[in-house]
Write a protein that binds this ligand. Structure first.
Ligand code: ATP
Ligand code: MG
Length: 369
């Protein structure tokens, strides 16, 4: 699948811009703060309905304007798909082929994207929230049920937190139990999907890790479910979570924190059996993240039968030439959109288009064949 055309209006620093992409490689370069990442973010938004930088959607509306518009024409599954989205401070309006779509779970996953940005290089070293975010973005594009479970889980945790912050919680005990019952249901879906995804990721990244390291590094992953869950595939997962929630109710009341649930899981990366986080060198960690991204791309590709769109935001300059070439050449079969400041970085990339971005305008377009 690939994006053919993108147009934006009052989006970030763009008043209005149109880009017609190559189905192969697309290089967007320009100086800092000109709008390169913003373009990639717009493509990602049409796919995942999230802004790239994890903040509120309305941040994407150009300062001083009321509404941002993004429109993309994609080619996927042998047909053209037009996705239009208006972002307002009060919410969004999404149209797919002219028809209004209100449910994110019906839309996310139609056009699949894999993003790799410098922030991802922290995936292994940083705390678990970055790893969960990675899992959420990848699995949401594979399983519509996951998106529903995740959004319900987040809402329930929010409601529980409100109760936990109350002076007198006693009148809410029954309601709290109902919330716990619901939390175990959606928590079980999330934990199962995350565990399975990590298992699959591990198989593919193992091969990729060997290739990147010239056979020296054996990469593996281990899903760490929240405590009390031993096996994420357990048929009884929902009950196990519910019983644990009941046992920990007093502790939750005392600490005023939600101590049990899918928001307490994580995964760990091992290189030759040792924790990458604790023992990995900088280079090994970079290679591992690269292997994770390549594996994510492969899983999404297997799922839909078409390569997802690969968005590489400023990441080439962070990688040495051999890793750079691996990234480009190993997953070159799909569409790639790459940003960067240094045009020499792109010397080895020949097939596709080169764009120059300046102060919120796409000023130059060149085709290389
Ligand atoms: N809502 C907004 N309204 C107006 N301008 C915005 C908005 N959001 C972001 N910007 C501006 O967009 C500009 C370009 O951002 P972008 O991140 O795309 O730059 P970039 O070309 O990727 O730069 P770098 O090379 O530093 O990564 C920034 O100066 C930022 O202040
Ligand atoms: Mg940028």
């Amino acid at each position: 699948m690939f994006i053919k055309e993108l147009s934006v209006e009052n989006y970030r620093n763009y008043q209005s811009a149109e880009v017609s992409f190559s189905e192969n490689q697309n290089l967007i370069f320009g100086e800092n703060a000109q709008g390169k990442t913003n373009l990639i973010e717009a493509v990602f938004y049409l796919s995942c309905l999230k802004t790239f930088r994890g903040k509120s959607d309305s941040d994407a509306i150009k300062t001083g304007e009321k509404e941002a518009k993004i429109r993309g024409v994609f080619k996927a599954y042998g047909r053209d798909i037009e996705i239009k989205c208006d972002i307002l401070s009060s919410g969004r309006r999404l149209f797919v082929n002219g028809i209004r779509e209100n449910k994110p779970s019906n839309h996310i996953g139609l056009i699949k994207t894999v993003v790799f940005s410098p922030n991802d290089l922290l995936l292994i070293k940083e705390g678990p929230s970055l790893r969960r975010r990675f899992l959420n973005i990848a699995i949401s594009q594979l399983r519509p049920g996951y998106i529903k479970a995740l959004s319900e889980h987040n809402k329930i945790i929010e409601s529980k937190r409100k109760i936990l912050r109350m002076e007198d919680k006693v009148p809410y005990i029954d309601f709290y139990d109902v919330l716990n019952e619901k939390l175990s249901k959606c928590g079980a879906v999330i934990i199962r999907e995350r565990g399975r995804f990590i298992e699959e990721l591990s198989k593919i990244a193992f091969e990729t890790g060997l290739k990147i390291s010239g056979g020296r590094e054996n990469l593996s992953f281990s899903y760490k479910p929240p405590s009390s869950v031993e096996n994420f595939n357990d048929d009884n997962l929902e009950n196990i979570l519910y019983e644990h929630l009941k046992r920990r109710r007093d502790a939750e009341f005392a600490s005023e924190m939600c101590l049990v649930g899918a928001h307490r899981d994580d995964f760990e990366v091992f290189i030759n059996g040792e924790s990458a986080r604790d023992f990995g060198s900088q280079g090994q960690i970079r290679s591992s993240v690269l292997a994770i991204k390549v594996a994510e791309h492969e899983i999404l590709k297997r799922d839909s039968g078409e390569a997802p769109i690969l968005l590489l935001d400023d990441v080439l300059s962070e990688l040495d030439p051999s890793r750079r070439s691996f990234l480009i050449n190993d997953i070159h079969r799909g569409q790639t959109i790459i940003t960067g400041c240094d045009p020499s970085m792109f010397d080895e990339l020949r097939q596709g288009k080169i764009f120059t971005v300046k102060a919120g305008s796409v000023v130059n377009e060149k085709r290389n064949n």
